[in-house]
Ligand binder design. Sequence first.
Ligand SMILES: *[C@@H]1O[C@H](CO)[C@@H](O)[C@H](O)[C@H]1NC(C)=O
Ligand SMILES: *[C@@H]1O[C@H](CO)[C@@H](O)[C@H](O)[C@H]1NC(C)=O
Ligand SMILES: *[C@@H]1O[C@H](CO)[C@@H](O)[C@H](O)[C@H]1NC(C)=O
Ligand SMILES: [Mn+2]
Length: 585
Amino acid sequence: MACTRRTKTLVSTCVILSGMTNIVCLLYVGWVTNYIANVYVKVPMPVPDKKLDGDKKGETLRIIERLDRLENVVNQHIQEIPLRGEGVQAEAEQSFSDSSLFSHWGRDLGPESRRVALKMFQAHGYNSYLSDRISLDRPIPDLRPDGCKNISYPPHLPQVSIVFIFVNEALSVILRSIHSAIHTTPTHLLKEIILVDDNSSNEELKLRLDEHVSELNSRRPGLLKLVRHQRQEGLIRSRVSGWRAASAPVVALFDAHVEFNTGWAEPILSRIQEDRTRIVSPSFDNIKYDTFEVEEYPLSAQGFDWELWCRYLNPPKAWWSLSNNTAPIRTPALIGCFVVDRQYFEEIGLLDEGMEVYGGENVELGIRVWQCGGSVEVLPCARIAHIERAHKPYTEDLTGHVRRNALRVAEVWMDEFKTHVYMAWNIPQEDSGIDIGDISERRALRKRLQCKTFRWYLVNIYPEMRMYTDMAAYGVLKNSLKPEVCLDQGPDQDNVPILYLCHGMTPQVMYYTQTQQAVRQACSAPTIDSRRQQVPGGRQRQATPPGVQLRHRQTHEALLALLPGRLYPEPTVQALSGAGGERHQ
Ligand SMILES: *[C@@H]1O[C@H](CO)[C@@H](O)[C@H](O)[C@H]1NC(C)=O
Ligand SMILES: *[C@@H]1O[C@H](CO)[C@@H](O)[C@H](O)[C@H]1NC(C)=O
Ligand SMILES: *[C@@H]1O[C@H](CO)[C@@H](O)[C@H](O)[C@H]1NC(C)=O
Ligand SMILES: [Mn+2]
């Protein structure tokens, strides 16, 4: 699933909407806010205290979970609205044009086709209507840096098994991934392609997929293998299932919505042949979810923030100083698709199969491989285009799983730095009430492999990661004059913090440090290098600097001042009540 964007928060969810849908959304938010108004964790002024209001934290957590679920309900509601508009033609038309699917595509489509396309888009998170109508063998532009074509590779390279995992993916998208793998991988290097179906319910993935598999196998016997899960195991155990079915010396673990670029395999196989403890990621380009155009992404390393969501990073200084844009890029972690020596992957502990559904496994693998003596890199000459979905199938509440998985990583690998993960998720350090499952096996693995400390990893492999060593408090920042509004990072489009109804999720989590005496938004600038950071498909944010004042956009009245050492809420209550609404029109 690679580097996904952050799940939309209530704030940004409402902000991107217009008209009636915005009001529906705000009503939900308002309801939620009333519900939590009296119990929410407060961090009023910096007190050298850990997590405040300890006795209420269990309740807080339940509320956060409820909020997460409600967020999904809101999203779902929003997505379903266009389909309900059938009786009211004009309104339905209006909703169609609201969908991001139609902002760059489909203007000439008739109403019935639009309805079908929208429904397919909602199911898959990309334009599967269009995918069904473009060639499975389309060429994509060669986006390799100059110089890649001139590199020659050893004549004898190890063979690779390519694993594609999926659940309810569009059939044409899976088939295009397969066709592209067959066309771009030299025949003698491609041992097999393994499809792992994580218990899809989609009808087209049953008989019709079987037919395609037999048809491809009749042309190249034994090339395709199909593994079907009898119950849903999630992305992490699906990758491991694929690895178990693989027989080539090298295994490539990918999503099933990718297209390979020319010559992707040779650079990777040759790096692994040189050193089997290297785990290698290709460089990613984007297939736009609406038009299916391939968009070039800048060369990046792959890192993460303290919530352990993945992030693209600027390559390290040492790489720039080589002035060789075909050279491997050292990377602290992986975004999820990677290639590995089959046996080494087992020796190093596969993936953490105690993780559920989605998220964190890519970060855990990166940290583990580095701490336990291997290395991880991204190769500029191996490029793969990947569909960055507009949304995941919305029935899944991913955030809860990502958080649980992140805590497993923190507890096993991060030593004293595990506190940073708890802070980033705004949950108490002790008795968080979250069941992270059994981690004894992973701890035993760390001991057996005699791995280095997380401090070593941060200093040597991920120096860009920001450390917070003098934390005074963390939590949401309320205005004492109007306690139902909190400081919030605001809409995605700009860097202007706003006041917004308190919901306590990531955009509202603040850190207060003792020495710097500054308030920081927790998720705003996770790495020191963020000025130069390239974030393809993501967004960049700066920390709120001390001394900043928030002012109402229209009246310019001061709403809240963040000054070194103190917080100054100012008595402008009327402006405050306007502040939330003003942004959402
Ligand atoms: C690649 O090789 C060609 C011919 O062998 C040569 O003309 C060209 O300068 C080389 N390019 C680079 C970037 O090395
Ligand atoms: C999915 O799981 C159910 C049981 O949970 C099983 O009966 C069904 O056969 C599975 N479907 C597929 C396609 O494997
Ligand atoms: C640049 O990096 C590539 C790939 O590692 C290597 O083959 C090539 O020799 C390097 N070029 C120079 C000029 O160092
Ligand atoms: Mn993906």
